[in-house]
Design a protein around this ligand. Structure first.
Ligand code: MG
Length: 653
């Protein structure tokens, strides 16, 4: 039988810190606040900078708005902020960067960013940047240069091809990580370079030299020759256009054309036979240069030279970056340029990076992605250490795979990865009122990750900016939201809280991603910044009662539950850093586990169901005085534990 170690010192501390929080949920005193000092809990808060807080009234959240609310993060016991992309970008969310070295002017200045870093650091809060390595924005100067100048220095920064089908078949597309087909994405046409043309042109056919010279012009267009032309232009959908014979064997016309396929020269409109069809050799013409025509192997005469295409995993405004063969990625120009930008921010004081969409860097080819990510991490970690950074640099990947088994190998490349599967399991079990196997699942995840990297940092979370809100998934049940918060903050790993989750925001992506990215409602009556979101905000949700002001004054609010459990996590090392062990539960609704660290052990209990449930706890030793933090109705007497609907408790025994 397992015995729980008595935490003499902590039990005393619990009486002092949590005297307002006796079983039964009697919470009469003021909202618990995190003390300044060491942040044991490793709680990170995900900020949508564009909608978090607006310091200047322009309707956009901004960096100064984040700085002005550092006390809010302290009250949540947060030790790091993951900021949505702050670099110059094309759209409000920032995931199409136009300049990796510049701050988005909509969000503030580089000085504002430095100020945020420094003020946050003074409170023990690190700043994590969101880094988008899979693709840039199509307005990035690198991409514009790559498209405009096929022999220029930026051509290799992107996945460009004159013939994607042939290049893919020949294994020439490094971005595919050795695969013949992409996991996701499309090829898009770079401007021009195709077969057709729309505009005003002058045509001059020289039948003695067997050439056609096409020139772009602003001269007045002519009507087609209607006499008995000896030579016609066969173009677009219109068919034959008679040319004027301006001298012996010279035929000319200026007209507006709109053709998707090019053109041909014909010396008869009544037959294609007998050498009356004149075309090219398959190459495109160059404006102003005589182009050879023939009437034996006549191919359509096309405009503007060679076609060029680029690859994009997500959207045509997000061209994929190209790092060359994955085993030599760090030697590529794009890698070096991006690494230099990361160095700039790390030297400025950025404490970590969140890497976007890492499974698409090499098209869902795990080995290739992992090799790339290891190179990237090693580079940034070296920069961090050279600048005097303590320990290893923090970096977390969005390796959003189908399941935890597929994601686990990404730990070979990165020290931390988001655990999407944690939330999938948690919401499923809450819906089913099944808590008894939750610890087993958490242990299973940890086993997968540990096998890849012993020092793994499990980035556990409920939802993020790309998912339907947690409250939406839980049917807007405040009791279930409190349970989810308590489970998150009593689980091993590094918990992430997503902007608005702590207030019970709901919303789904059906009407647009904006509806899961709502602004913080700071006060009961104040306005919120909605410009970045294009006004796509659920105002019925942003009521006075959901505001920070209202919830801070309510000991029973969801925000208070987040603060209370985060405070407990910051207070008890076993809760913050302990290894989890499963405790068998005699009721399917009840989740039980212990967390142990440096000789300290706490018992964690949650009721995933709506009923009042009593269970027998092996080892016993439970008492009301041993409750370190709780939510809902909890009573305990030695081996007997009773939890009300969706109640949670952490015991020192
Ligand atoms: Mg603003």
């Amino acid at each position: 039988m397992r015995r729980f170690r008595i935490l003499a010192g902590l039990a005393l501390a619990s009486i002092c810190l949590f005297s307002c929080d006796k079983p039964g949920g009697n919470q009469g005193n003021k909202t618990p606040q995190i003390e300044k000092g060491e942040h044991l809990a490793d709680v990170t808060y995900q900020v949508n900078v564009y909608s978090f807080a607006d310091s200047d009234g322009d309707g956009w959240g901004d960096l100064k708005g984040v700085t002005q609310h550092l006390d809010y993060f302290e009250s949540l016991g947060v030790s790091a902020l993951w900021l949505s992309p702050v670099q110059a970008a094309m759209s409000y969310h920032g995931y199409n960067v136009t300049d990796y070295n510049a701050i988005n002017p909509k969000l503030g200045t580089e000085a504002d960013f430095k100020d945020l870093i420094n003020q946050a650091k003074a409170k023990g809060i690190g700043i994590y940047m969101d880094y988008v390595l899979n693709h840039s924005g199509s307005d990035n100067a690198w991409f514009k240069s790559a498209c405009a100048n096929p022999t220029g220095p930026y051509r290799d920064y992107y996945v460009l091809s004159e013939n994607p089908t042939a290049d893919v078949a020949a294994g020439k597309i490094d971005n595919y990580g050795g695969a013949k087909a992409p996991g996701m994405g499309n090829w898009y046409t770079v401007t021009g370079g195709s077969t057709g043309y729309k505009g005003r042109l002058h045509f001059l056919v020289d039948m003695s030299k067997k050439t056609v010279t096409v020139t772009q012009t602003t001269a007045t267009p002519q009507s087609p020759c209607t006499g008995s032309p000896k030579c016609w232009l066969w173009i677009g959908d219109e068919g034959g256009v008679g040319l004027y014979e301006t001298s012996a064997n010279i035929f000319e016309i200026t007209i507006d054309v709109d053709t998707s396929w090019g053109f041909l020269i014909r010396t008869s409109l009544t037959t294609w036979d007998g050498g009356t069809k004149w075309g090219g050799d398959g190459s495109g013409l160059t404006f102003g240069t005589p182009y050879k025509i023939n009437n034996t192997t006549a191919a359509d005469i096309t405009f503007g030279g060679t076609a060029l295409y680029y690859f994009a995993s997500f959207d045509k405004s997000m061209p994929d970056l190209n790092y060359g063969p994955y085993d030599k990625a760090s030697e590529s120009a794009a890698f070096k340029d991006l690494a230099a930008s990361a160095d700039k921010w790390i030297k400025m004081g950025v404490a970590g990076l969140r890497l976007d969409a890492v499974i698409w860097i090499y098209q869902n080819q795990t080995a290739a992605n992992v090799a790339f990510l290891k190179s990237w991490y090693d580079h940034c970690n070296a920069t961090w250490k050279a600048g005097g950074g303590q320990g290893d640099f923090y970096m977390v990947g969005e390796a959003w795979c189908d399941n935890a088994e597929q994601m686990a190998p990404y730990y070979k490349g990165l020290p931390s990865n988001f655990n999407f599967y944690y939330w999938y399991t948690l919401k499923d079990r809450i819906k089913k009122a099944r808590g008894d196997d939750f610890a087993k699942t958490v242990l299973y995840f940890r086993g997968l990750f540990k096998a890849q990297r012993p020092g793994f940092i499990d980035a556990i979370k409920l939802t993020n900016h790309d998912e339907d809100r947690a409250a939406e998934d839980l049917g807007k049940s405040l009791e279930k939201e409190k349970l989810a918060a308590a489970v998150l903050l009593t689980s091993p790993g590094k918990p992430y809280i997503y902007q608005g989750e702590e207030l019970g925001y709901w919303g789904n992506k059906g009407g647009g991603d904006e509806y899961v990215r709502a602004p913080i409602k700071w006060t009961k009556t104040g306005t919120v910044p909605t410009t970045a979101l294009g006004g796509k905000v659920d105002n019925s949700m942003l009521s006075a009662s959901i505001s920070v002001e209202a919830q801070s004054a309510d000991e029973a609010s969801l925000l208070s539950v987040y603060r209370k459990f985060s405070q407990a996590r910051n207070t008890y090392k076993a809760l913050a850093r302990g290894e989890i062990s499963e405790v068998s539960s005699s009721n399917p609704a009840i989740a039980l586990w212990t967390m142990s660290y440096e000789g300290q052990t706490v018992l964690v209990a949650h009721n995933f169901g709506a009923g009042v449930v009593s269970v027998n706890v092996p080892g016993g030793g439970l008492s009301a005085e041993g409750i370190l933090v709780s939510n809902g109705v909890v009573t305990a007497n030695d081996t007997s534990l009773t939890l009300g609907a969706y109640a949670s408790a952490v015991f020192a025994q």
